[in-house]
Design a protein around this ligand. Structure first.
Ligand code: ATP
Ligand code: MG
Length: 451
C-alpha cells in the first residue's frame, strides 16, 4: 500500500481519483487543490507517488515539476492534461515526470501506472543504495592495494584545510584526485575553481590567479576578480603548478603564507579562505635545481603530498578500468557496452602503459569500440602501436644520470616525430599517443624545441 497525492484544482476530479485509487488499488490518498499546497505536503508527508494536473491557476504542473527538481525530491510524478496536448505531456516528461495519462483513461490503467511508478522508484533507490555501499559511484575506479591506499589518503587530507600537492605521471588521474579532495571534504558545497598553469600565457598568469584592478595594464579596462577570490570558502585547484612563471610563484607563496591576495595593480589586501590543491607531473625538485621553481614555494606545497600511482604499478586495476571505460563510451554513443574477449583483456592487462597511463587506456578502449563492428572486441583490434616502449635514442646512452638520459631520449623521440610530420603539431602529437597538441607543446617548451 502506498501513499498517493492527487493534485487538481477541480475538486470533483481529485475526489474521483482519490476514491478510485483507494477502492481499486487499496492506496492511501491525499489531495491538494494547487501547486503550492502540493509542494507543502510533499515536504512533510512520505508520499510515494503524485498524480498531477498540468493546468492549474496558481502554480501549474510544470512549475511544480521544476520545483521538485530544484529541491532534489525524487518522488515519481504522473501527469495528465485536460487539453489533450501530447506536446505538453512530453515536455512534462522531459522535466522529470515519470509518465503521463489522458484524462479519460480507464481507472484500471491509472492504478497500474501508479503501481509501476512506485515500484520503479523503489528499485531506483535500491540501486543507488547498493552503488553507494559498494563505492562504485566513486569516479576513481580501482580496487588494487595502491588505489585503496590512495582513497584513504584522500579522505585523511580532505578533512583538513591545508594545501596539498598531488604528484604523478601524466594521465594517472591527478585531476580526479584533486576533485575528490574537494568533494569529500567539508567544503564540498562551496566552489571548486580550477586554473591550469600550462594554459596561462606568462603575462596573464597573475591576473588570472589574483585578479587585477581597472587600468593595471593595457587592456585591463575593468576590475576583475582572480581565481583565489572566486574560490573563497572553497578550493582552488592549480593544475600544472610547475609551469607557473616565477613571478606568479612568488605571489602564490605570499598568498599561501598570509591568506591574503592583492590584485594586480592594486594595493588593498583581500582576505580569502581557500584550500589550495596543486598538481604536477613534473619533478619539482629537479625544477628547483634548475632554477625554474622556487624552493620556498615547494617547501610550502609539499607538506602534504599525494602520490598518484602509475597504471603499471597497479595493473590489477586494468580490467575494472576497461569495463568502466566501455560503459562510459557506450553511454556516450547511446549503445549497449561492448565486451572484450578474454585474450584482448589479457593483452591490455599485461601492457606496461608507459606513456599516458589511464588516459592512454581510455583512448585505447575508445579506439577499440570504434574499430570493432560487433559486440565482441577481439585482440586483432588492438592498435599495433601499443607495442613495447620505443627503444629510441639508445645510441647516446652512456652518459649522465637516469633523468638526464631520459630527457635526452624524450627530446630525440619528439624531434623525430616532429620531423616525420613536417612539424605539424597535431599530427605528431597523435603519432606519439599524446592526448592533444597542447601536451606536445608543453614537452617542446620544456626542451626548448622550436621549428
Ligand atoms: N582511477 C580512475 N578511474 C577512472 N578514470 C580515471 C582514473 N584515473 C584517471 N582516469 C581518467 O583518465 C583521464 C586522465 O585523468 P586526469 O586528467 O585526472 O590525469 P592527470 O594525472 O591530471 O594527467 P595530466 O598530468 O596529463 O594532467 C581522465 O579522463 C580521467 O577521468
Ligand atoms: Mg591533469
Amino acid at each position: 500500500m502506498s501513499l498517493v497525492l492527487i493534485v487538481d484544482d477541480i475538486a470533483a476530479m481529485r475526489e474521483q481519483y482519490a476514491y478510485d485509487l483507494a477502492r481499486l488499488g487499496g492506496h492511501e490518498t491525499l489531495t491538494a487543490a494547487g501547486g503550492r499546497a502540493a509542494l507543502d505536503l510533499l515536504a512533510d508527508e512520505p508520499i510515494d507517488c503524485v498524480i498531477l494536473d498540468l493546468e492549474m491557476p496558481d502554480l501549474d504542473g510544470f512549475q511544480v515539476l521544476a520545483e521538485l527538481k530544484r529541491r532534489g525530491l525524487r518522488t515519481p510524478v504522473i501527469v495528465y492534461t485536460g487539453t489533450g496536448s501530447y506536446d505538453r505531456c512530453t515536455r512534462a516528461v522531459k522535466l522529470g515526470a515519470y509518465a503521463f495519462l489522458a484524462k479519460d483513461e480507464p481507472l484500471e490503467r491509472v492504478v497500474q501506472e501508479v503501481e509501476n511508478a512506485v515500484q520503479w522508484a523503489r528499485l531506483r533507490d535500491e540501486v543507488s543504495r547498493l552503488r553507494r555501499d559498494s563505492g562504485k559511484d566513486s569516479p576513481l575506479v580501482g580496487q588494487s592495494r595502491a588505489m585503496q591506499e590512495l582513497r584513504t589518503r584522500i579522505d585523511q587530507l580532505a578533512a583538513i584545510p591545508s594545501a596539498v600537492l598531488v604528484v604523478g605521471e601524466s594521465g594517472t588521474g591527478k585531476e580526479l584526485v584533486a576533485r575528490q579532495l574537494h568533494d569529500r571534504g567539508p567544503r564540498a558545497r562551496q566552489p571548486l575553481v580550477a586554473v591550469n598553469g600550462a594554459a596561462l600565457p606568462e603575462s596573464l598568469a597573475e591576473s588570472e590567479l589574483f585578479g587585477h584592478e581597472k587600468g593595471a595594464f593595457t587592456g585591463a579596462d575593468r576590475t576583475r576578480r582572480g581565481a583565489f577570490e572566486s574560490a573563497d570558502g572553497g578550493t582552488l585547484l592549480i593544475d600544472e603548478v610547475g609551469e607557473l612563471p616565477l613571478a606568479a610563484q612568488a605571489k602564490l607563496l605570499r598568498v599561501l603564507e598570509t591568506g591574503r591576495v592583492t590584485r594586480v595593480g592594486g594595493s588593498r589586501e583581500l582576505r580569502v579562505d581557500v584550500r589550495t590543491v596543486a598538481a604536477t607531473n613534473r619533478d619539482l625538485d629537479a625544477d628547483v635545481h634548475a632554477g625554474r621553481f622556487r624552493e620556498d614555494l615547494l617547501f610550502r606545497l609539499n607538506v602534504h603530498v599525494i602520490r598518484v600511482p602509475a597504471l603499471r604499478e597497479r595493473l590489477s586495476d586494468v580490467p575494472l578500468l576497461c569495463d568502466h571505460f566501455l560503459a562510459v563510451v557506450a553511454d556516450r554513443f547511446g549503445q549497449k557496452p561492448k565486451t572484450l574477449l578474454p585474450e584482448t583483456r589479457e593483452r591490455l592487462a599485461a601492457h606496461d602503459w608507459h606513456r599516458n597511463n589511464v588516459r592512454e587506456l581510455r583512448n585505447v578502449i575508445e579506439r577499440l569500440v570504434i574499430a570493432s563492428p560487433g559486440d565482441l572486441i577481439g585482440p586483432e583490434a588492438i592498435p599495433v602501436d601499443l607495442g613495447p616502449a620505443p627503444a629510441a635514442a639508445g645510441g647516446q646512452a652512456g652518459g649522465g644520470t637516469l633523468r638526464q638520459q631520459k630527457a635526452q631520449a624524450e627530446r630525440a623521440i619528439v624531434l623525430a616525430a616532429l620531423e616525420r610530420h613536417q612539424w605539424h603539431i597535431t599530427g605528431a602529437a597523435a603519432d606519439l599517443g599524446l592526448a592533444d597538441h597542447s601536451s606536445l607543446l608543453k614537452i617542446m617548451r620544456r626542451h626548448g624545441l622550436k621549428r
